[in-house]
Design a protein around this ligand. Structure first.
Ligand SMILES: [Zn+2]
Length: 347
């Protein structure tokens, strides 16, 4: 058995497979995440992409010692394996969904890929905290929470050096933690949870609604308003400013609630909404967070992700990288030297 490993990153829109050995990331292959056909279509795609990547660098797939999978979640345990029950992938879980592409209610990803490979699977925020702990802003920190602030909100955590899992591997799904008594509805069905109040989707929805209300009859179409429009207009538009300030306050309250539960040392914040706008958001979050109970919030650090654009590549592989490679990888950071991803061609 050779010393090759595969990392698989399954996102709501794109899936990426990378193959690495001790020296480097040898290849990255990307494809749109398959959402049509049977509920084994996506696991089959992942196996096809691993085969394709191996073929491209002329190694037999049997030389892959271990496959790390980082995916959208949640999961549900089904005997020996966990199935993926993410509404981002399984349209059958979303009642009355427009433009549904499938009727899936679960995806047997772990079981299916395990038929050919040894597999470690985690949700994309749990794998992110593992990667940040190993190579990023969480090195040497044993009480650590990673939070993504993106189109959705999610988290992963170490407490006293132990990676939190839970019965299905869903801890801590902090986007679906209730914040407000009532409030907008989340994609999960909750009203007023952290994701419904603060995500990129939530900021876009609120800004669109405000613009449509205040600019009635100006003949413009606001249906394509996105979160970045609100951030761009933060300094010049008081509606944009108040929506973003409120989202940042609620986000910070979410952090304070998690900290009340976990007594953490450091929050690492990543995700596209935060990373693109961190100069604006980080001071807002910090200001609100330290207004929460000082006995608990004192001494907690809030820092941006260090791996940022590389996180997708490193998160999955950090589940399977041999321990005795870590120090050398940390020094060399081979993910920064990897060549561009190539598109997958279905065989
Ligand atoms: Zn939710």
């Amino acid at each position: 058995m050779g010393e090759y490993f595969a990392g698989v990153d399954v996102g709501g829109t794109a899936t990426r497979v990378s193959i690495f050995d001790y020296g480097s990331m040898r290849i990255k292959v990307t494809a749109p995440t398959g959402k049509k056909g049977q509920n084994t279509a996506l696991p089959e795609q992942v196996l096809g992409m691993i085969d394709y990547a191996c073929h491209a660098i002329s190694i037999p797939p049997d030389d892959i010692a271990n496959v790390g999978i980082s995916t959208c979640s949640p999961f549900r345990r089904n005997k020996d394996y966990r199935v993926v029950i993410s509404p981002n992938l399984c349209d059958g879980l979303v009642l009355g969904k427009e433009n549904a592409q499938n009727d899936w209610t679960e995806i047997p990803l772990e079981e299916y890929v395990s038929k050919r490979f040894r597999v470690e699977m985690g949700n994309d925020c749990v794998t992110a905290v593992v990667a940040e702990h190993m190579f990023g802003a969480g090195k040497g920190c044993d009480n650590l929470v990673y939070v993504t602030w993106s189109t959705g909100i999610g988290g992963g955590a170490y407490v006293d050096g132990h990676l939190l899992g839970g019965k299905n591997g869903n801890a801590p799904h902090l986007g679906h933690m209730y914040i407000a008594e009532d409030g907008p509805v989340c994609g999960c069905g909750n009203y007023g949870d952290l994701e419904a109040l603060t995500s990129g989707t939530a900021i876009a929805r609120e800004y669109r609604r405000e613009q449509e209300f205040h600019n009635q009859g100006d003949g413009r179409d606001y249906s394509e308003t996105c979160a970045e429009d609100a951030f761009r207009e933060y300094d010049t538009n008081c509606m944009a400013r108040s929506i973003i300030n409120r989202a940042a306050r609620n986000f910070a309250r979410g952090l304070a609630s998690i900290n009340a539960l976990l007594d953490t040392r450091r929050f690492i914040i990543g995700g596209s909404v935060f990373m693109k706008n961190r100069a604006l958001l980080l001071p807002l979050v910090i200001e609100e967070f330290y207004q929460s109970f000082p006995a608990l919030s004192g001494g907690v650090e809030i820092v941006p992700s260090a791996l940022d654009q590389y996180l997708g590549d490193i998160a999955a592989l950090s589940l399977v990288i041999p321990e005795d490679w870590v120090q050398d990888w940390e020094a060399r950071e081979p993910w920064k030297l990897a060549s561009e991803s190539i598109p997958w061609k279905r065989g």
